[in-house]
Design a protein around this ligand. Structure first.
Ligand SMILES: [Zn+2]
Length: 258
């Protein structure tokens, strides 16, 4: 079970239509519209392609896994993805759900290619679940959104993807992997209270937060900031991102220093 309350709704806000916001934010260069405080930090695939490293999935071996919501193990295919000199275990269901969509092993591998190496070190595994998140009923109540359905969660072992009604785009796999993996990462990082406090101070000091969703908790802020940071670092968007989130950027630069 996910212990962090980490979840991305199945339909996240699209940020691909920037004109109104653009007029208000002249400092944000074209192609960096995800810096306009969207609902969640998303960007077109070409932005993720710029930061994507090569990732290779093996053919996989048959195995067993107890997927979320199940009380016994079922057939699975256990893959190993090689990325940035690391190996990440990816557990896929042998029998994907009918009429719903889960990310493919290649999409998962490509998504792992967008995650910063230091963050990847906190992942034990990625699971693609054939079942809906068993906690959805709880969140439906909590958010007062009947039929709430999580697309993915990040827990202490790594990221779990759930079936969606619509196909997964690569860019949604990418942003979800970084965001949910950010919860896995921050849970480990914030065992040191000082590190958490440092982030809370950055939230107070920066002029704005990276997304509306980021405002829901310090953990969501960190995960959304990671997506923003991964997308902007080393690109033409970096200066504008630093101007808006100077403290967050400074902390993340320190963390991801090679
Ligand atoms: Zn989250």
């Amino acid at each position: 079970m996910c212990s962090c309350g980490a979840k991305r709704p199945e339909t996240s806000g699209s940020t691909t239509k920037p004109p109104a916001a653009k007029a208000k934010c002249p400092l944000i260069p074209e192609g960096c519209e995800y810096l306009n405080k969207p609902h969640t930090v998303e960007a077109p695939k070409k932005n993720f392609d710029k930061i994507r490293s090569k990732a290779t999935a093996d053919k996989g071996k048959p195995g067993k896994h107890k997927f979320p919501g199940d009380n016994k193990e079922s057939d699975a295919i256990i893959h190993e993805v090689e990325v940035k000199g690391r190996k990440v275990k990816v557990i896929m269901p042998k029998n994907p759900p009918k009429g719903k969509h889960t990310p493919s092993i290649d999409q998962v591998a490509e998504g792992l290619g967008t995650v910063p190496g230091e963050q990847l070190d906190s992942f034990d595994q990625v699971v693609v679940s054939p079942n809906q998140n068993p906690d959805d009923a709880y969140w439906a109540k909590e958010y007062n959104t009947p039929n709430f359905s999580s697309a993915a969660t990040g827990g202490k072992n790594g990221v779990t993807f759930y079936p969606k009604k619509t196909p997964w785009s690569q860019e949604f796999v990418d942003s979800t992997m970084i965001h949910e993996g950010g919860h896995t990462y921050s849970q480990k990082l914030w065992k040191d209270d000082k590190k958490k406090k440092e982030w809370e101070d950055a939230i107070k000091s920066d002029p704005k937060s990276p997304s509306k969703y980021a405002d829901s908790s310090v953990g969501e802020d960190f995960s959304e900031s990671l997506v923003m940071y991964s997308l902007s670092k080393g690109t033409k968007c970096e200066a504008a991102a630093k101007a808006q989130y100077p403290k967050r950027y400074e902390i993340l630069d320190g963390m991801f220093k090679k």
